[in-house]
Design a protein around this ligand. Structure first.
Ligand SMILES: NC(=O)c1ccc[n+]([C@@H]2O[C@H](COP(=O)([O-])OP(=O)(O)OC[C@H]3O[C@@H](n4cnc5c(N)ncnc54)[C@H](OP(=O)(O)O)[C@@H]3O)[C@@H](O)[C@H]2O)c1
Length: 233
């Protein structure tokens, strides 16, 4: 059958059900319902019952991922250092209908805290299925100005996507004007011509944590708007 996606105009045609386009719109809706109800769609749209420990859950990518995982039915253990922010994110999760997340605050540069965070999660839920390690910091500098202590501080905690709009750069010392310039420059440093949004990283993390990615392991997946494929700056 010839198929075309409905336009804004066809949606209004559906209201009086008077034309062929309205019929096509209905077919489209039926197709969507069938797809959404299928097992294949379920795999990419559900983390139902999976236990996920999310670090960096009090801000930025970790916070956005926590809320998305909550919507997808995961059981959550949330780590960060700022307990007030962790509570705010936990509330956003329960507002989406999720079970109350377990809060496991603490500084992950401390090895004992790392161990305690995992142990508490397993003691509470009985298992751990997914770790999203989004805790991290940025520090400004170059190879000429960075000392070993600063290098170690960063490497002890970090992950790295492309430029994603969060507070991390301002926390590392950029003022509003410098940050605006940095985001403008991202138009050249990313193949897609823009920095990314938290939601775009969270969706990719949710895919990797879902059963749809059941034969993926040990990969590095750049979620960076093609930045890795661009010329060095
Ligand atoms: N956004 C970007 O463009 C970008 C670019 C490159 C790399 N990254 C990396 O992506 C990850 C997420 O970044 P983001 O943009 O979401 O940053 P963000 O908004 O600043 O959030 C960072 C999170 O990490 C937590 N954290 C930092 N140090 C910690 C520690 N020692 N122990 C426990 N938690 C700690 C913070 O917790 P508290 O606030 O509670 O202390 C916060 O929840 C980080 O690893 C970052 O370096 C981001």
């Amino acid at each position: 059958m010839d198929y075309k996606y409905p336009t804004r105009q066809t949606a209004s045609s559906v209201v009086d059900g008077s034309c062929e386009e309205a019929r096509l719109y209905q077919v489209h809706a039926n197709c969507l319902q069938t797809i959404m109800a299928s097992d294949d769609a379920f795999k990419v749209s559900s983390l139902k019952g999976k236990v996920a420990l999310i670090t960096g859950a009090s801000s930025g990518i970790g916070a956005g991922t926590s809320v998305l995982f909550a919507k997808l039915g995961a059981l959550l253990a949330l780590n960060g250092r700022d307990v007030e922010n962790l509570n705010k994110v936990a509330k956003q999760c329960t507002d989406c209908g999720a079970a109350e997340p377990l809060l496991v605050p603490g500084d992950l540069t401390d090895e004992e805290t790392v161990k305690k965070t995992v142990d508490q999660t397993i003691a509470h839920f009985g298992r751990l299925d997914v770790l999203v390690n989004s805790a991290g910091i940025l520090a400004m500098g170059s190879i000429e100005t960075t000392d070993l202590a600063q290098y170690d501080k960063i490497m002890n905690i970090n992950v790295s996507p492309g430029v994603i709009i969060t507070d991390v750069h301002k926390r590392a010392g950029l003022d509003e004007e410098q940050y605006a310039q940095f985001l403008a420059k991202s138009k050249q440093t990313h193949a897609l011509g823009r920095p990314g949004e938290v939601e775009e990283v969270a969706q990719s993390i949710a895919f990797l944590a879902s059963d749809a990615a059941s034969f993926i392991t040990g990969v590095n997946l750049p979620i960076d708007g093609g930045r890795h494929a661009m010329c060095p700056r």
